[in-house]
Design a protein around this ligand. Structure first.
Ligand SMILES: [Zn+2]
Length: 365
């Protein structure tokens, strides 16, 4: 006996056998879904790998995005007291997956059960794909996958990619999508200045255009989270937030879609109402959440060796409230006033207490 696709005739696989002999596939939906829930994590990464879109588990832990970057260290030691080389730490600081650095390391690991289940047979593949689309948050952390997302949202396959169940069945019916992009600062500057970033690199203009097209077609989508950062030690406030968010403003008009954007906190010395969503300037068309940015960054030495540097963004005095005997709110306000008056909180309060070698190179220091 043949049946058609389960929920979206235009995007699902050709008809398939109903597999009545299978005890699993003959079981009630709630039983099947409970089994899938046990086998498949509720957060999954999608990334282009070996000419196809592949799934890998999201293994992000609660403190992986800690501003002190403590959990990126191999040994979790206190950074300011230790300058030993730690290649893993440097690699994780530079991860383009941002707070999902642990997930990037895992993506080439053991085959994920979801990939296996999607290959069992057409009937199970459609069943599993529908469950994933309904119940799982899909994370995307790179431009290339965003391009595929757009093509997949209407069932098209890209020339260089093998069609997969992910692109054919999951993405068009997806409920929750999370996008994390940690991009070179030049990529943001190119958007603001309407200049080319050169080479074959994809610009933010192209990425946002593709994303909007994809979202337009993903009619089941209910939640979209976008997390952004740049990959340098200089302040986030170098980025023109209004230029980045404005092209996405039309997302607020899509019914039943909750959109939120997660950005680093602004630096009082560099924030301007023309470029940033400050407290006393016109609000963002989309909901913005602020976070404390990572305070350690990759630094390249004169001979090409890689190391790290302590380069905190606002609040510089993060976690220093015990030093001053005041609350976090009070210390941030004090710092804000200091910057506004032309002071340099870093030079006054942090630098005198730091080890002389602020940059620790793997080969040099
Ligand atoms: Zn993850």
């Amino acid at each position: 006996m043949l049946i058609g696709s389960m929920s979206n005739e235009s995007t699902m696989s050709p008809p398939f056998e109903i597999q009545l002999q299978s005890k699993l596939l003959s079981a009630p939906a709630e039983i099947r879904y409970a089994i899938y829930e046990n086998l498949i994590p509720d957060r999954i990464h999608a990334a282009v790998r070996k000419n196809s879109l592949r799934l890998s588990p999201c293994v992000q832990r609660e403190r992986d995005g800690d501003a002190h970057c403590t959990y990126r260290r191999s040994d979790h030691l206190i950074l300011n007291l230790d300058h030993r080389a730690d290649p893993a730490f440097v690699r994780r600081l530079g991860s383009s997956w941002g707070e999902h650095w642990r997930c990037e390391e895992m993506q080439n690991g053991r085959e994920m059960s979801a990939n296996t289940l999607l290959r069992v047979c057409k009937r199970m593949s459609v069943d599993v794909a529908q469950w994933i689309a309904d119940s799982v948050t899909i994370h995307v952390c790179d431009f290339n996958t965003l391009m595929v997302l757009e093509a997949s949202s209407d069932g098209r396959a890209l020339d260089h990619l093998t069609p997969s169940k992910l692109s054919q069945c999951i993405l068009p019916n997806l409920k929750t999508l999370s996008i994390s992009l940690r991009l070179p600062l030049a990529t943001y500057e190119a958007l603001e200045n309407a200049t080319s970033i050169g080479g074959s690199k994809i610009s933010l203009v192209v990425a946002w255009t593709k994303l909007l097209k994809a979202i337009e077609r993903m009619t089941s989508l209910r939640r979209l989270h976008i997390w952004l950062d740049h990959d340098e030690g200089s302040t986030w406030s170098k980025v023109n937030e209004r230029a980045i968010v404005s092209p996405l403003a039309c997302l607020r008009d899509i019914p039943n879609l909750d959109v939120s954007i997660n950005l680093p906190r602004l630096h009082p010395k560099w924030e301007t109402p023309e470029r940033h969503f400050t407290e006393d300037s016109p609000a963002s068309p989309l909901t913005i959440h602020r976070r404390n940015r990572q305070r350690y960054h990759v630094k390249r030495g004169w001979n090409g060796s890689l190391g790290w540097e302590h380069s905190p963004d606002f609040p510089i005095l993060y976690d220093h409230e015990e030093w001053f005997g005041v609350s976090i709110e009070e210390i941030e306000e004090l710092e804000r006033q200091c910057w506004k008056k032309g002071g340099d909180v870093y030079k006054e309060f942090i630098q005198p207490f730091e080890p002389k070698c602020r940059i620790s190179f793997i080969q040099d220091c």
